[in-house]
Ligand binder design. Structure first.
Ligand SMILES: Cc1cc2nc3c(=O)[nH]c(=O)nc-3n(C[C@H](O)[C@H](O)[C@H](O)COP(=O)(O)OP(=O)(O)OC[C@H]3O[C@@H](n4cnc5c(N)ncnc54)[C@H](O)[C@@H]3O)c2cc1C
Ligand code: SF4
Length: 480
């Protein structure tokens, strides 16, 4: 039976006023009944346009049909055949530009809520796994041997070959997962004190609960993947030294976490920071919890510059940290804004003030060096630029000052050159990232790379896709 409703079934959400004061997850997720009802909106299109819009080609109509039948386990098996981190992707993928952007239902109403269904199915599966593990723990005689065999049940027989993964973001975790499933002994080196990359330090708890990321890491650990945290490759040890130490191949998934600034006057004033630093202090270093000593900007009036996911996350965190007024300052209009539609919608609901078609020209400060305002100019849109978006042009004489005491820059990030500079003869691509072929192989034998470190800032699913490609190439290379 097909559900003829034109709109998506809504997800239960915290009230905007309540949630703007806490870091708990905003959306509650579908119940089984809601998921089945939503899945029945699918038209089972023969040409599967939604699957073509998915960077890892999840077999969407097939999994959605299983949800409609109430067979959630089979739906999970279909999704996880191509997507290693569905609980994460169901929450953070820009579905409106990917699968849902191609959904036929979208032509005369809202597309099928594919992301919400992916989230439901993978959360359901995780809950079953947790229950089963608890039941097994409760029922066994808790002698050491049976407990050990339960803990070891995910272990894969080793093929004795060692691979190093540098960077524990979605690219590195996916590569490590695929290689360990094939029997490789994988060690992941991560420069921060916790694995997860942007999933841990960037995306806030209210969008992606950190226990989901921790559960993915723990799955890999159970399978035998080793994690070495606080290891900055290129400083503590180089990629070449890893190869000399007995790793037969190295995957570099170090991301693109170096923040960009605008180079405008006043950017060195007290109260200006990058969104990456702000979010890292809040998320990874738990700056929002009173029992942690992490120092975080505590301003009352904040301007966040930029219109991407990073800007939305910083603005919504600022609200939750107690700011009374939070502006998003973006130089184009709502039609060009690059953040996920859901994050923009949530930010507006939470009272973030969008200053569109405005561009900062200077940060204003007092005699003690503290920020007192952000001078901006109004913009209008001209002809499309190289990115295809209409180029913003400043309106002469339209300058005005936003009254703020903190400015957070979220205008993009660049690649940190450390690996390129410390790995002998490793070539860059024309975007300044690590150069690779379509199989993620660099110009150096045994060295592979993928994710933001190659493409520049992109998306979780693309980074995972690159990690998958690299794992297949490494397997082929070492199998020769
Ligand atoms: C705040 C924020 C919000 C975002 N929101 C979304 C979203 O909603 N949806 C979406 O699809 N994408 C989003 N993105 C983009 C997405 O998170 C990235 O494209 C993705 O994480 C890239 O994955 P990666 O594995 O290539 O790199 P990263 O996730 O950056 O991971 C790289 C890891 O390598 C480590 N590392 C770096 N250098 C070294 C070194 N020398 N030695 C050892 N380790 C090193 C880093 O500490 C990091 O842990 C967001 C990004 C940010 C910053
Ligand atoms: S395009 Fe939309 S309606 Fe068609 S199969 Fe995919 S999810 Fe179902």
């Amino acid at each position: 039976m097909i559900n003829l409703k034109k709109e998506k079934n809504p997800m239960p959400e915290q009230d905007p006023i309540v949630r703007a004061g806490n870091f708990e997850e905003v959306a509650g997720g579908y119940t089984a009944e809601m998921a089945i009802n939503e899945a029945m909106r699918c038209l089972k299109c023969r040409k599967k346009p939604c699957t073509k819009g998915c960077p890892v080609m999840v077999r969407i109509p097939e999994f959605v049909a299983k949800v409609a039948e109430g067979d959630f386990e089979e739906a999970y098996q279909i999704i996880s055949g191509t997507n290693a981190l569905p609980r994460i992707c169901g929450r953070v993928c820009p579905q409106e530009n990917q699968c849902e952007g191609f959904c036929v239902q979208g032509a005369h109403g809202e597309p099928v809520a594919i992301g919400r269904l992916e989230r439901f199915v993978s959360d359901w599966h995780a809950a079953q796994e947790e229950e089963a593990a608890q039941a097994a723990l409760d029922s066994i005689e808790k002698d050491d041997e049976s407990l050990e065999s339960l803990l070891d049940s995910d272990m894969v027989i080793s093929n004795g070959r060692k691979v190093a993964v540098v960077g524990a973001g979605p690219a590195g975790l996916t590569c490590a997962g695929d290689l360990s499933a094939k029997g490789y002994e994988v060690t992941v080196f991560e420069s921060l004190h916790k694995p997860g990359g942007v999933l841990a330090y960037g995306i806030p708890e209210f969008r992606l609960p950190k226990d989901i990321v921790a559960a993915e890491v723990s799955k890999l650990e159970k399978r035998g993947v080793k994690f070495v945290n606080n290891a900055v490759i290129g400083k503590s040890e180089t990629v070449d030294e890893l190869l000399e130490d007995g790793f037969e191949a190295v995957f570099v998934g170090t991301g693109a976490g170096l923040p960009s600034f605008m180079n405008i006057p006043g950017e060195n004033l007290l109260g200006v920071c990058s969104a990456n630093e702000y979010l890292t202090r809040i998320n990874l270093m738990k700056g929002y919890l009173p029992e942690y000593d992490t120092p975080v900007q505590q301003a009352k009036r904040i301007a966040v510059v930029g219109g991407g996911n990073v800007a939305m996350d910083a603005a919504r965190c600022a609200k939750r940290m107690g700011a009374e007024k939070v502006y998003i300052v973006y130089r184009r209009s709502m039609d060009e804004i690059p953040a996920r539609a859901e994050e923009i919608h949530h930010a507006i609901e939470e009272g973030i003030d969008f200053q569109l078609l405005k561009n900062p020209v200077a940060v204003v400060g007092d005699e003690n060096g503290y920020v007192t305002g952000l001078e901006c100019v109004e913009m209008e849109l001209g002809e499309p630029d190289a990115s295809g978006r209409r180029r913003p042009v400043a309106k002469e004489g339209s300058n005005f000052v936003l009254d703020v005491d903190c400015v957070i820059m979220a205008i993009g990030t660049k690649l940190n050159k450390l690996i390129l500079e410390t790995t002998e003869n490793l070539e860059a691509n024309d975007r300044g990232g690590i150069g690779t072929d379509t199989g993620a192989a660099t110009n150096r034998k045994g060295i592979f790379a993928g994710g933001d470190a190659v493409t520049g800032a992109a998306t979780v699913i693309l980074a995972m896709g690159a990690g998958k490609t690299a794992a297949a190439s490494i397997d082929e290379y070492l199998g020769e």
